[in-house]
Design a protein around this ligand. Structure first.
Ligand SMILES: Nc1nc2c(c(=O)[nH]1)N[C@H]1C(S)=C(S)[C@@H](COP(=O)(O)O)O[C@H]1N2
Ligand SMILES: [Mo]
Length: 499
């Protein structure tokens, strides 16, 4: 009987192997949750409806009326997605926390692999590995066991090497490329993958490859002799007690299932608590990225503008907003207050008289869709300079005119005025603007007329539309439910959205 696993497996190798299985189940399931929010894959960053490469939804788009991206969201089962049932916010918290744990485990493994000389198991050192792999695959396909390797046969060595040094780094890189802060600061990195949507499609391909590898790998361990395989990878040697190995294997599986069940049930039952725990890991990383990676999007021209940019958020309902539209927003004013030296009240003409910035940039919605558009407006930094920010201020809060009790769609709770907040440092970045023009025309109502935020290193939900008031504050706890914004309060999005 040939052995699939090395006869001797050191403790650190067994521990990192076990932990990476656990973390990968969480990473994969929360990734599926994120996908459920926009279950469509594209080859181009325009995400033009109708040009999908793959669609995991049957629902047609609404026709003959204004529709929003949130109406494309699907609710998937908690047995598959973590946590399931349209919980993109919590799914993202799980994805980033478990991905950090998985990467830490993987790095530990690789460092020890290189330091211990065990890398020789994994890294092919001669071209003979290819012919050996071929012989091995032919043997498997003719339902025979290939001759034993030392410790692995060619096909095993290539597969393990490919997963550790090819697939895992690709999954991490394509994930990072989807971060608006990373893509905004390092546009060339995004081009490496042919854009955000190709990175996203590749990232999904990585999930399929991981699942495929896991199935084949497990099947081959069974074919080669499960008890011996388990003894080697759990207890360190094929000579170890097979009975103990099987018991430990069953126990390990039970732990993985229990952790997944607890993660799902906890997230659905106590979302605020779970979110707070996971935020302790994710939020500091997000803030660091948001502060240090200011967007430098520069490469786009009018030729890059998307034929159709999706919309999220329905315009304010009711007569007040309709009246504002019909009198050309002459009655509208932007109030700026809070921790400022000079409170301001500006109308549109006064805002237009300030410095004007024009941007052609890529918008990244938290759901996953993207698109390029041209924006014009006044740098937030200039408005903040006009009002004089007091030293105690740390956040900028933006109040909007839309009330979700009237405009909510899909899984959105039907309550509360929309608002958002950003770190003062993000507000001061050069591409953070208060936009009053979209693709060369005054902002249309559905885009946030008369004034909306553009923050090119953040996800779309941070870019509050229909703004009528800005406040500088030292602390977010007193505002709304105290989590930083309407999306943060009601659907558990993280309050900094650099990733
Ligand atoms: N006031 C308000 N602003 C909002 C929203 C909203 O619902 N209300 N949705 C946000 C989301 S999720 C996104 S992706 C962007 C979409 O901007 P767009 O409609 O111009 O594409 O607006 C953001 N700003
Ligand atoms: Mo969004």
């Amino acid at each position: 009987m040939s052995l699939l696993l090395a006869v001797e497996a050191p403790g650190w190798l067994r521990a990192t192997h076990a932990l990476s299985i656990l973390f990968l189940t969480l990473v994969a399931r929360s990734g599926v949750e994120i996908l459920s929010s926009f279950p469509k894959l594209y080859g181009s960053d325009h995400c033009t409806p109708g040009s999908e490469l793959l669609q995991l939804t049957r629902r047609p788009l609404p026709e003959g009326r204004l529709w929003t991206g949130l109406e494309e969201e699907e609710s998937w089962s908690p047995w598959l997605a973590l946590p399931g049932r349209t919980n993109l916010g919590l799914g993202r918290h799980w994805h980033f926390a478990s991905v950090l744990a998985w990467i830490t485990t993987g790095l530990t493994y690789i460092v020890l692999l290189l330091a211990s000389g065990e890398w020789r198991r994994l890294v092919p050192t001669s071209l003979a590995v290819f012919s050996d792999a071929w012989t091995t695959v032919v043997a498997y396909l003719s339902l025979e066991l290939p001759p034993p390797g030392d410790p692995y046969n060619g096909a095993q060595q290539l597969a393990y090497f490919g997963v550790v040094f090819g697939l895992a780094p690709l999954a991490i890189a394509t994930g990072a490329a989807m971060s608006p802060a990373v893509a905004g600061r390092f546009p060339r990195f995004l081009s490496l993958f042919g854009g955000r949507q190709r990175a996203r499609t590749l990232h999904f391909g990585c999930l399929i490859a991981f699942v495929g590898f896991t199935c084949v790998h497990t099947a081959l361990v069974v074919v080669h002799g499960l008890p011996e395989g388990l003894a080697a990878i759990l207890l360190g040697s094929t000579e170890s007690s097979h009975r103990d190995a099987i018991l430990l294997g069953v126990l390990g599986l039970a732990v993985i299932v229990a952790v997944n069940l607890a993660a799902t049930a906890g997230s659905l039952g106590r979302p605020v608590l779970v979110r707070r725990l996971l935020d302790a890991i994710g939020e500091p990383v997000q803030r660091l990225l948001a502060r240090t990676l200011a967007s430098q999007q520069r490469g786009y021209t009018t030729a890059d503008i998307s034929p159709y940019l999706r919309i999220n958020g329905y315009p304010p309902a009711g007569d007040d907003y309709a009246a504002m539209i019909s009198n050309g927003f002459r009655a509208w004013r932007l109030d700026v207050g809070g921790l400022v030296e000079r409170p301001l009240s500006l109308d549109l003409d006064e805002l237009r008289a300030l410095e004007r910035v024009e941007l052609i940039t890529k918008h990244n919605c938290i759901q996953g869709w993207s698109g390029v558009a041209a924006w014009a407006g006044v740098p937030l930094a200039q408005v903040l300079e006009l009002c004089g920010v007091r030293p105690a201020a740390r956040f900028v809060v933006f109040r909007a005119l839309d009330d979700k009790a009237e405009t909510g769609v899909g899984a959105e709770p039907r309550e509360g005025r929309f608002y958002g907040s950003i770190l003062l440092e993000v507000a001061l970045q050069p591409q953070s603007i208060l936009a009053y023009e979209f693709n060369g025309l005054p902002l249309p109502p559905e885009r946030g007329a008369p004034l909306r935020l553009r923050l090119e290193n953040q996800l779309g939900f941070k870019m509050v539309k229909w703004i009528d008031r800005i406040e500088l504050v030292a602390d977010l706890r007193e505002i709304g439910r105290g989590r930083g914004g309407w999306k943060e309060d009601h659907v558990h999005f993280g309050s900094t959205a650099a990733v």
